[in-house]
Design a protein around this ligand. Structure first.
Ligand code: ZN
Length: 590
């Protein structure tokens, strides 16, 4: 049935059954289910439903909801957490949304955890999780108590709660099954698809191999859930399955129960050409529209017989996560045209960031999910902006500006996850230009950390000079598009939307310009640290002062800017930008 929203206009029925979003105030790294009463307010849930999504996802751990016999003695608060989840399910239902839980089961524990004293026979592969940290031990799913825990635990969960379904990652991320984290330390691999080793030290799972182990885990969960509720949906996400076998992962997918939904990463496995070379895309991307050949191959291989979803990011990606959305509507149009034509049943539209429902992107995704989008891309863009901003005229200038953002994005240093994961792009507006470099490593872009200064960490298969060249093209083309966009939106009757949208694109542009200045400053100064500033050095500083000053009023006016939802913190704000301006000002005085 068509729902009434957005001022009462009737919208066509969506062609995708499941359209999963997330509450951006939910803290992935805390006990987000227990805190849901505070974070998932009715107003926020309603905003997500009104934006056209059908569900929200939260991160869950089976043992913390349904400890069963295995975990009864070492898990605290499961009853409270269960009640909080039941209450959230009831409230989301009233807003027209389902709750989906994301799991990495059977989740491992620290190698020294007291659980292993009582159950040494359940301990499987032991190793360090992805990017370091304490050694973790897998909970071995080739043992009967763990099999039963998975099957019966999901059975209980689905019999007692009206959940939409479960979404499962079974490779990398947290330490879970015995094959999930057989990774090398990050420093030992050059390519993002070459990060696994082959050895699983579990005497049971090692000989069985990852395909058999992972299929069993997913099928146990599916059978447990469906025994309780035949309509329960279990989604197997193919994240990092290339650790185990080559795409399209046929042996693994064919081993899954037929009703298990396959969710593929839409852009991973793609290629993008930068600086004369074809580069690997191994992350979410808005700058590269996709679908990757990997996703297309999976659709051809499995979609006729198995329900399929796409995992993508509709607002932002690691490419720049501290703005509410990147205005890459051209990319969204291409992604969703493909998803419709390929007959996909659903999508998961966020990771734990990029979760603002009040963006042009979210609005566009709703339009792309219903009715039949115009086959003429530019006409579709024009109508979209006219409707969203209530523009006078024909919207053609704004549409041309949106095409300009997409063209600018062709110079984003895509293809190096080192740049995505370690560059200062998310906090460039707060990152000072320094006289002394200490060689401190750059930290992960998605976690709050003290700023490093060893920019070589971020280059991957680019040279620093190549990054400077790309960033110069990116920011200059982006700024031209943003200028045009700003002019086109002056006739908007919805002033608030237009003002905020222009601010977002301006701050994204300023961020790219800052990043360019940071890299060219480093290249110019790293071998001349003892020398006085040259005229060219001072020109970089002056350029950056002007850039940060120009961005300040937009950041002041929109509290969404600078906030990263994964760590739930501001990576830049007016305070840190003004501090940077003081540092830059001093550089020019000396
Ligand atoms: Zn094992």
């Amino acid at each position: 049935m068509a729902r009434m929203a957005n001022g009462g206009t009737t919208r066509a029925r969506p062609v995708f059954t499941d359209r999963i979003f997330r509450c951006g105030q939910s803290d992935y790294y805390s006990d987000e289910i227990l805190l849901a009463g505070r974070t998932h307010t009715t107003a926020r849930l309603r905003a997500i439903a009104d934006a056209g999504f059908s569900g929200i996802w939260l991160h869950a751990r089976l043992r913390e909801l349904v400890p069963g016999r295995l975990f009864r003695s070492c898990v605290k608060g499961s009853d409270d957490r269960f009640r909080a989840l039941a209450s959230l399910c009831a409230r989301t239902r009233r807003c027209g949304l389902d709750v989906w839980l994301y799991f990495t089961e059977p989740l491992g524990l620290g190698a020294g955890h007291r659980f292993w004293k009582d159950h040494p026979e359940l301990k499987g592969h032991t190793g360090k999780a992805g990017l370091g940290g304490e050694p973790d031990a897998s909970l071995c799913s080739s043992t009967d108590p763990v099999r039963q825990f998975l099957h019966d635990g999901f059975g209980q969960l689905f019999s007692r709660l009206p959940l939409g379904g479960a979404i499962l990652i079974t490779a990398s991320e947290h330490v879970s099954n015995c094959w999930s984290n057989v990774m090398r330390p990050a420093a030992q691999y050059a390519s993002p698809v070459d990060f696994w080793s082959r050895a699983c030290s579990c005497p049971r799972c090692g000989p069985r191999g990852p395909v058999e182990v992972v299929c069993e885990v997913i099928n146990l969960i599916n059978r447990g859930a469906r025994t309780a509720r035949p309509d329960a949906k279990v989604v197997a996400w193919d994240w990092a399955w290339n650790m185990y076998l080559a795409p399209p992962y046929r042996r693994l997918v064919d081993g899954l129960d037929p009703e298990v939904v396959l969710m593929g990463d839409f852009e991973r496995g793609g290629r993008a050409r930068r600086m004369g070379r074809s580069r690997e895309v191994e992350e979410y991307s808005l700058f590269s529209a996709g679908p990757s050949p990997r996703y297309r191959t999976a659709v051809r291989a499995f979609a006729p017989r198995r329900p399929m979803w796409a995992k993508l990011q509709v607002n932002t990606t690691h490419e720049l996560a501290t703005v509410p959305a990147l205005p890459l509507l051209v990319s969204l149009y291409r992604k969703f045209r493909y998803l419709r034509e390929a007959g996909m049943r659903g999508y998961m539209a966020t990771w734990n960031f990029g979760c603002r429902p009040d963006t042009l992107n979210a609005f566009a995704v709703d339009r792309l999910s219903r009715g039949r989008p115009d086959r003429d891309r530019d006409r579709w863009l024009s109508r979209l902006v006219m409707e969203y901003f209530r523009l006078d005229g024909n919207g053609r200038d704004a549409a041309a500006a949106l095409v300009g953002f997409a063209r600018a994005g062709e110079s984003y240093p895509i293809g190096s996850n080192c740049f995505l994961y370690f560059s200062p792009v998310n906090y460039a507006l707060a990152y000072p230009l320094k006289l002394r470099f200490t060689g401190k490593p750059m930290g992960p872009t998605w976690i709050a950390h003290e700023h490093g200064d060893r920019l070589e960490d971020t280059a991957g298969d680019y040279t620093l000079a190549e990054l400077v060249e790309l960033l110069e093209r990116l920011h200059s083309r982006w700024d031209r598009a943003a200028h045009r966009y700003g002019q086109a939106l002056q006739s908007a009757a919805d002033h608030r939307r237009a003002r905020r949208e222009v601010g977002v694109t301006r701050v994204a542009g300023a961020t790219f310009r800052s990043t360019w200045n940071i890299y060219r400053w480093y290249l110019a100064r790293r071998r001349r640290q003892a020398q006085r500033l040259s005229a060219a050095d001072k020109a970089i500083v002056a350029n950056e002062i002007e850039n940060v000053r120009a961005a300040l009023p937009y950041v002041e006016a929109d509290d969404r800017l600078g906030f990263h939802e994964e760590p739930q913190c501001y990576m830049f704000d007016t305070v840190s930008m003004k501090r940077k301006l003081r540092v830059l000002g001093k550089l020019l005085q000396d």
